[in-house]
Each structure stands twice: as structure tokens, then as C-alpha cells.
Design a protein around this ligand. Sequence first.
Ligand SMILES: C[S@@+](CC[C@H](N)C(=O)[O-])C[C@H]1O[C@@H](n2cnc3c(N)ncnc32)[C@H](O)[C@@H]1O
Length: 374
Amino acid sequence: MAATQEALYGRLDLALSWSEADLPERERTKHVHRLHPYLGKFVPQLVEELLRRYVKPGGRVLDPFAGSGTTLVQSLESGYDAVGVDVAPFNCLLMRVKTDDHDVDALRRDLEAARAGAEALAWAGEPPSQASAYVLEWYAPRAASELLAFRSSLEASASADVLRVVLARAARSARRTTHFDLDFPRIPQTEPYLCRKHRRVCRPVEEARRFLLRYTRDTLARIEAFAAVRRAGAAAVLHGDARTLELPGPFDGVITSPPYPGLIDYHEQHRYAYELLGLSQHGEHELGRPANGLSRAALETYVQGVADVFANARRSLLPGAPVCVVVNDRRELYPEILRRAGLRLETRLERHVNRRTGFRAGEYFESVLVCRAA
Ligand SMILES: C[S@@+](CC[C@H](N)C(=O)[O-])C[C@H]1O[C@@H](n2cnc3c(N)ncnc32)[C@H](O)[C@@H]1O
């Protein structure tokens, strides 16, 4: 009976169920993990523990839904090589910036030069002439002008990708939104408003310069902090659809969390970055995209898509390698996904998550499915 219950509902794993006191926010967002906001990431300590338990020390790890790169960053910190795949170009840029083995002295010089440039930004009181419709709608004239000036200047820098991430982060903060709706604002906020977060009247942001200055400094500090703790190992970031992309195996394990159906649009959450950086969008290949809905046909496409990703990953694994899937399977889709992917569930662990911040604040349980090739 106990064994059946465990297969159906999993076993609560207290070692993976950290409380806020065990794992305060500064630990969950240490060094490069907070280089840029990203909704839907898992905590690095979960990856750390799964690596320790299931993957051969010093091995190679694959994350086919790599997102903001938590698996890659933590693999490097724990002494593993890692490969991450994502279909969204901004996520790949962010992962590359987090995991590149930067020449920290050269980076410091480039970021200090960019900071000096941002410091000297002066606004003539005119809206920028070259701005797109999105920029004109979502930014006050001064903020738009500062962001576009920073964008022009970063092109010549040897650290342009790092500065693109700084620009995106500043662009996120400088949008005309309310403080309580930074994740998916629908219409620009152009007038003062009663702020639910600060419980007073707040004004929409008018300038971007202070964010550019703050984030240039913070980015450098975070990359330096990661450089001090990363161990030998290399990470590769591949842009593409993980259903069909040729994967450079063999791998000693997979650690991943797939998108959930209908929950987060992984392109739309960084819309400002796509608009300002001119990145191409591949939303049509994104599995579980909210725009696809939750009809029976949409769920079938999701199930087959995730199964195809895992089947592709399985073919690149060494014999007996673990596939660890972090998921909140409230629609009970995973038994069928694993069957179609040719994976066998070995252990199902439950972890208690008590999220204090963000749009999904609150308590819930999520599973870690530890699988192997059937
Ligand atoms: C739940 S998130 C992963 C978050 C990651 N664990 C982290 O900590 O940042 C799922 C990711 O899968 C990506 N994705 C969706 N469909 C994909 C596909 N067909 N191929 C590759 N990546 C895909 C999304 O862009 C998103 O970044």
C-alpha cells in the first residue's frame, strides 16, 4: 500500500523542501542567478542537490528547457559540464552571459566605460526620433532617449552581450507600468496611481539612466562573484527547438523543468528585450504557450511535444543516466509523456514550496520525477 501511494503521490522529501529561513532569498538569487528577472525558474539549491544525489561527479549535464540557465550555472559551480537548450533567443543570450568564462578585468574596464557613458547621458527634452511604436508607447520620452543612446553605444563594446542584458534589465524597470504589475503589464501607466505594493500614490518612471547605472554595477559584481566560485567545467548554450535539435551527447544526466501548459509565455515576459535588442521571436515553437489554450487538442500537442523533447534527450544519454524532471503535474500528463518518451519512472519525490514573492506567491507542492531509459 505504501509503495502504491508513493508511486501515485510521491514521497515528501523534506531535504528538498526548504523554508524561507533555511533558504533566504539572497541565497536563492546568489551571484548571476539574479542577473535579470525571469518568471518560472527553479532554485539553484534544488539543482545542486539533484546533481549530488544522481549525477556522476564531474559528468556532463543536459537541460533541454534551460530557460534562465539555473541548471547550467549550478553545474559549473558544482564542477560539472553542461549543455542548455532553449527556443527563446533572449533566454539564450542571458544564459551565455551568465555562463561565459569572462575575462573579469577586461569586463570591468568595459562596464566602467559604459557606466561613464550612461553617467554623461543628457536629455535635450525631445523624444527620440528613431524610436519604434513599442518604445514610444511604453517609455516616457526621456527614458526612451536614454535607453536608445545606451543601445547605440554598446555595439562597439567587446562586452556588448553583457551590456545587452544590462539594457534589457533597465528597460524592464523603466517601462510605464505600475510597481505591482511588472510581470505582464497590459497597458502603459501614464498617470500617477494608487500603488498596491507601496500603499501610496506612485508615479510611472520617467527616466532609465539610474537603472542603467545601477544594473551596470550590479551585473559586474554578480559576474565577479560567480567567477570566484565556479569550478572547472564548461557550458554550451544551444538555441533551438529541443524536439528536433541535434544534441551533442553523450550526457551523464538531465536536470530540467518543462514549461507548464497555459501558464507563462516565455517570449512575452521579455517583450521589452525583444523590442529593444531586435531579437527574432520563435514563440510558435514554444511548448505550452498560453496563446495555444488548454483545449484537448492543445494538451495533446503539449504532451507529444514534451515527450519528443525527452525522447530526443534520451537518445543522447549514457546507459543508466538519470533524467530528473521538476514539475507540478496537476493535470497528470506525465505518466503518458514518460511512456511516449521511452522513460521509466524510478522515484517520485514531492517537495513543498513556499514562495514568498512574485505573481505565483503562496504554497504548493511540486514533484521531482527521477527517470531512466525504459
Ligand atoms: C520552466 S522554463 C525553464 C526554467 C529553468 N529551469 C530555469 O531555472 O530558468 C521552460 C523553458 O522551456 C523553453 N521552451 C519551451 N518550448 C521549448 C522547445 N520546444 N524547445 C526548447 N525550449 C523550449 C521556454 O522558452 C522556457 O524558457
